[in-house]
Structures are given as C-alpha cells and as structure tokens.
Design a protein around this ligand. Sequence first.
Ligand SMILES: *[C@@H]1O[C@H](CO)[C@@H](O)[C@H](O)[C@H]1NC(C)=O
Ligand SMILES: *[C@@H]1O[C@H](CO)[C@@H](O)[C@H](O)[C@H]1NC(C)=O
Ligand SMILES: *[C@@H]1O[C@H](CO)[C@@H](O)[C@H](O)[C@H]1NC(C)=O
Ligand SMILES: *[C@@H]1O[C@H](CO)[C@@H](O)[C@H](O)[C@H]1NC(C)=O
Ligand SMILES: *[C@@H]1O[C@H](CO)[C@@H](O)[C@H](O)[C@H]1NC(C)=O
Ligand SMILES: *[C@@H]1O[C@H](CO)[C@@H](O)[C@H](O)[C@H]1NC(C)=O
Length: 695
Amino acid sequence: MSSRWSSLLTTLLLSIPSISALVPAPDPCAAIAGQKWVLPSEARACIRSFPLDPLIKSNVIEVVNKTLAFHTSVNYQVQAPPPYDQDVHEDLHADLDRIASTPYESEFDFHLDIYLSFKRVNDGHCGVYSRCFDSLYISYLPLPLSLLTEADGSQNIYISPEAYILSSAEFADSLEFWQDALPGGLKLQSLSGAKVLEINGQDPWVSVNTNANVAGSYQAFGTRQNGFFSSYHRGAEGWEYLMGNFASHPHPLVDFVSLTILLPGQTENTTFTIPYRSRFGSASKDFTDGPSLRANNCLATKSTNGIDLYGSSPAQILEQLEEYEHQAGFYRQQPALSPADYFQRHPLNVILDAIPLGDIELPPILQPALPAYNESYSVAEFFMLKDNATGVLALGSFSAKNFTQFGQALLDGLGALKEAGAERLVVDVTNNGGGYICIAHWLHRLIIGAKSTTVPQAGLDTTTRAGPLAKLVTAKILAGGDPAGLLYYNPAQWNNATHQPFPADTNWLDPHNKVVVNGREDAFSQRLGQECQPFRWEAPAKGLFEPHNVVIVSNGRCASSCSLFSITMSKEEGVRTVVVGGKADVQQHYCGIVGGQSTDFSTIDTEIKSTKLKDHPLSPPDFVTNSIQGITWRLGYGINDPTEPEEWQDHSADISFPVTKDIVNQPLGIWEAVARVVFKEEEASPMFVAQGSFD
Ligand SMILES: *[C@@H]1O[C@H](CO)[C@@H](O)[C@H](O)[C@H]1NC(C)=O
Ligand SMILES: *[C@@H]1O[C@H](CO)[C@@H](O)[C@H](O)[C@H]1NC(C)=O
Ligand SMILES: *[C@@H]1O[C@H](CO)[C@@H](O)[C@H](O)[C@H]1NC(C)=O
Ligand SMILES: *[C@@H]1O[C@H](CO)[C@@H](O)[C@H](O)[C@H]1NC(C)=O
Ligand SMILES: *[C@@H]1O[C@H](CO)[C@@H](O)[C@H](O)[C@H]1NC(C)=O
Ligand SMILES: *[C@@H]1O[C@H](CO)[C@@H](O)[C@H](O)[C@H]1NC(C)=O
C-alpha cells in the first residue's frame, strides 16, 4: 500500500470517532414512527432507547412497595400452602429490594423486571403494568397452536386448524411479509393443521412449560399451560379469538421461532423459521420520535393517580373518573363499563393482563351456528341445543356495559330457555376474567333458587387487610372525613359477618384479626358479609335448574368473580365442572384467582388524598410514569375451610375433557360434545377422561 493511501486511510479512520461524536445517534423511535407493523428488533431498539432516570426508578419502587400494604396476599404468596405450594412462592418485597440495588440499561429493562417479578405470584389481580411498554407493540405469529387429542386418546400439539383463516382476516396487511419469510415452496396456507414436532429444536412441551413458568395470572400449572394455546371468548360485541401465549407477546422480545412440523398427509418432517412481527397498539398514542412517544404514552395521566374527592371540583372529579375508566380499564379482562354505572362503583373482582381482551374476532366459521335468544345481552348469549332440552349460557365476563340490563338479561334469558323446555344447562365461562361481584352472586342465586347457600350470602365472606395506613384512613373517616360517604374505607359501605350494615361509627378494621402468615405478622379486618342482597331484580324462589343438570365448562381460565360463581356452584351445590382441552396427565382446575374484590393504586390513592393523608410517611407518592398497579383488596374465606382464604384451597375440575380437531375453538361443537358425555345421553366416549368425583 502506498504511503499516500495509508495516510489517507489513517486520516479517515481517525476521523470516524469524531464524526460520530458530532452526529447524534439516529433516534430508533423516529425510524419506526407511523408504521403499523415493525420488526420486534426495531420496536425493541425504540423502547430500549430510554435510559432509566434514577428519579423514575425510586419513584416507581416507592409507590409499588407502599401500595403492597393494601394487597391482601403479599405474605401468603411468600409460600402458598398445598395444593399450590409448587406454584406460588414469591416474596415481592424482597424482589423490590433486589430491583432497587440492580442497575438497568434502560427504563424498559427496569419495568420488565418488576413486571415479571409480579407475574411470578401467579395472581392476575396483582401486577404492575405500564402503558409505555405493555402492549405498545404486540408481537404476533400467524400460527396459533392447539393441543388436540387423537382418536386413540394420545395428545399432540398442532398449528390451529383455523390459523390461515384467522390470519387472513386479522393480519391481511402482514400475510405477504410472513409468506415471503418462509422457505421456497412452503405456503403459509398449508401450515394450518400441521402437527408440531419441535419448537426451537426441542420437544414443544419445553416451550409450553417455560411459558407457564413466566406467564402468571393463575395459580394452577395446568391453567398456565392452557394459556399457551389459542382459545375463544364471548365478548361484548361478538365472539373473540385469543391467539395464546405462543402466537402473541405483549413485548417485542422474541424475533424468530423455529418449528419442525409434519404437514397434513405427509410422512417427512419440515423445519423452518418464521419471524414474529410487532403491531403498534390499537389504543397507543401516535408519535414521531422518542420524546413524543414518551410524552404521549409514558407519563402519568390525570387518572394514573387518585384525586381528593373533597378538594376538587365536580368537573375535575368527573374528568379523573372518566379517564381512569379508560386507562385502568385497558388491562382489565372485561368489557368497558358505562360511566353512569362506573360512578355507582359496584364492587368489581376482575383480573388484569398485559394484552387487552377483544382485539380479534373468532372466525365466523367457528362461531355457533344457532340462533341466539333475543334475551342475549353483550357478553351473555343464550342458545338451545338441537335436542331442545339443553340450554347454553355463554358468559364471557361478569361485567357488561349496563349493570341493570345485564342482571335482567340473565333472568330473562334463563327464563326463556326454561320456557322453551330446557331441563339442562351448560354455562360456558371460557376466558371469563371476572367482573361485577354481585352478578356472580345473582347468577348463583338465580340458577339454584333461594336456600341457605344463596340467601342472603350467595358468594364468599371476605376480609380486607388492616395495615397501619388503612387504619389511619379509617380513623379519619370515623372522625367525619367522608361526609358524603364516598370512600371504600367508610364502614357504611359494608355489612358485618351476619350481613347487617355496619353503623357509621364502627371501626371495622380495629379490633382486627391478627394472624401470622409464613412467619410474618399480619392483620385483617373483622369478617365481612355480602352487600349484594336484596338484589335489584326479582328472582323466582325456586331454582331454574337442578344442580346435577348444570355443568360449568371452560378452559380453566375463569378468574375472580368467575371463581366466586364456579366455586360456590361446585362446592355448595355439587354442580359439575369441566375443563376442556388441557394436558391429560396434568390436574386441571376449573378456576383460579379467587380474590374477593380487586382494585388498584389509583383508587387507593383517592382514599389517601381524600382523607388528607398524602403527606404521611406511609403514603405512596404519585406515580410519575403511566403505570397501573393492581391489587387484591378483599380476600374471600373458604367454603371447605371457612377459617382460611379460598384462594389456596383446591379447585380441581371434576372432568378433564379432550378436544379433537373437529371441535377445537368451536363453542357449539364443544357444548354438544360435553353435553353428550356429561348428561350421558350417549355411551361415554372412550376418549373421555374423568378426574375426581365423576364416574
Ligand atoms: C419496602 O417497604 C418495606 C417496609 O414495608 C421496607 O422495609 C423496604 O426497605 C422497602 N423496600 C424498598 C425497596 O424500598
Ligand atoms: C425429521 O426427519 C429427519 C429425517 O428423516 C429425522 O432425522 C428427524 O429425527 C425428524 N425429526 C423429528 C422431530 O421427528
Ligand atoms: C341501563 O339500562 C336501563 C334500561 O334497562 C336504563 O334505564 C339505564 O339508564 C341504563 N343505565 C346506564 C348506566 O346506561
Ligand atoms: C327473536 O325476535 C325475532 C323478531 O321479533 C323473532 O322473529 C325470532 O323468532 C326471535 N328469536 C328467538 C330465538 O326467539
Ligand atoms: C326442537 O324444536 C324445533 C322447533 O320448536 C323442532 O323443529 C325440532 O324438530 C325439535 N327437535 C327435536 C330433536 O325435538
Ligand atoms: C351485625 O350487626 C347486627 C346489628 O348491629 C348485630 O346484631 C350482629 O350481632 C352483628 N353481627 C356480628 C357478627 O357482629
């Protein structure tokens, strides 16, 4: 090399660092702004480009740590008793201590550590979510999976038979991208129904179980396995499709997956790699670069924190509550509520998750091809099966927009089924994440009739945690701090253990019930009864269906108020429970995450601000970030052991029902198959797997 060239080269090389020091690094958020679909790596570069401000770190940790004092289960979750001892053993305060002393490369990495730590308690009520990061970009594959049972009873994992129909409807604008990414000759369309032999070069169950260990939400392992697969849900506007944890991720963390499959009708296997693709959140706010992404999506909004109900104008309160319904409602696994109902604050028990419900339609070909009764309303649809003797209530949530109309529809719809000759009832609560507590009580009372297990208490007695700050809030209220009776710690809101209203001067948290949980001192309020009865609808005195003629069907993913309903129906009335589509050798649970009443930081902060305790050292500060922290606020007592929470008592399903390729994700096919076997109209099918008490 000539010396002239070599000195030029040296000059160029030397100049590179100084050039890059002058030109700012390109903004990875500006690079993807305005695009609906991006690569996970592109979305990741953007959301990882925000360094962690030490003030944000200490703020989030302090809010979350102090709000945990209002979560009923924090000490129980350090080590749950059997049967969930292998499933729940997480010390959240220890996690926060660890996180406080861990350095993070970005605010996203910090959030992810908190998010995943909270997921490990396997309690869908308790979690920390961020509108800045969770579902800002949802990563999808056009290949949802299903666990199917063969004619000989063996089980295999398949690409869901409807995969291509689903993707062509939902991902039409990305199909070409995925088709082009497949190796030559392999058609996306031909992959539907292929048997999955390996995921990333390993037995697919390795992926299923790895996901079950981090997915959270439900105590039982089998229920967390079931979340890996696609499923359906009755939504407020129609039938919805859930992609499952394999084909949808709330964060852009995974770029590719490699699958080894057996195409239908072939004997030679095929291995290919397919990329995930990230879609900008349908409710996220547009941005042009990193700073505008943060300004629009990441900073506390009017509803992130509570409001002083006695120090704000009615207009400010209205604005805060409406914005709250929109923000906190985003991760709640239930339909949106009407503001008028929301202001009445009917108690809720509902789980949160990082991907909101209801974005994707169940392909019409899979929807029930039966006329729904005219009494159907929102998430509640009524059908009569072709035998004219089996009615179906498909119930996707215990919340619907109009509370009064919802309760009336349950009464009218079940009544119409009876009138049309229904003797048996299938209640399908697949992916029902809970909702209004009093709707759960009402449905139990309505189906079973008036008896000692339904009147006056058709749900579970509860208790709330009596921590030092909760007691201070209550003391302020007792001293006249809630003259309009607006606050949750006001005794006038609740009934005692014999279902009588507390007089307004009752210190219901004190004297309290002191307990030691996992070696830690804890305290709870006196036992609380129900506040749902008398109901606002008139129920017939006599039950509508005999308990042995009712069956509750789901994929196990029935939580919160859905658990209150299923547990009381099963344990008190003997109604049979069926879990559809689980792994045959894993115990299936018909519900999980009981709680008693759920709430969140913003609501608790309103209690604190309204009683002028915000400056107390135990009070959490305001979040500076656009965060939502869910908690269990009341905890239900058990039925078999009424002295301990129902949360960690057994919820094993009576029947684990296999799903075949003919009926997978087809509600009607599942109802007919379950009704045939459970109501014994035909000889029990040889594939039928009984667990527990059914024989
Ligand atoms: C969380 O709060 C507890 C008191 O309940 C305190 O001992 C602990 O140091 C706090 N943790 C962090 C990380 O601030
Ligand atoms: C796929 O086929 C190859 C070649 O026949 C075979 O060696 C391999 O074991 C097969 N893989 C699986 C997971 O069945
Ligand atoms: C709910 O529906 C009833 C009629 O069934 C109506 O009177 C009421 O105003 C509605 N409530 C809300 C909050 O929209
Ligand atoms: C629903 O109402 C329509 C019109 O009133 C009627 O034609 C239809 O038969 C009703 N359907 C059912 C299932 O009752
Ligand atoms: C069910 O009722 C419908 C109409 O009421 C009738 O057409 C049908 O034949 C009945 N089916 C059976 C199995 O009785
Ligand atoms: C509930 O309140 C009623 C009326 O004040 C009282 O008679 C009853 O003893 C109370 N029950 C319990 C369990 O404290």
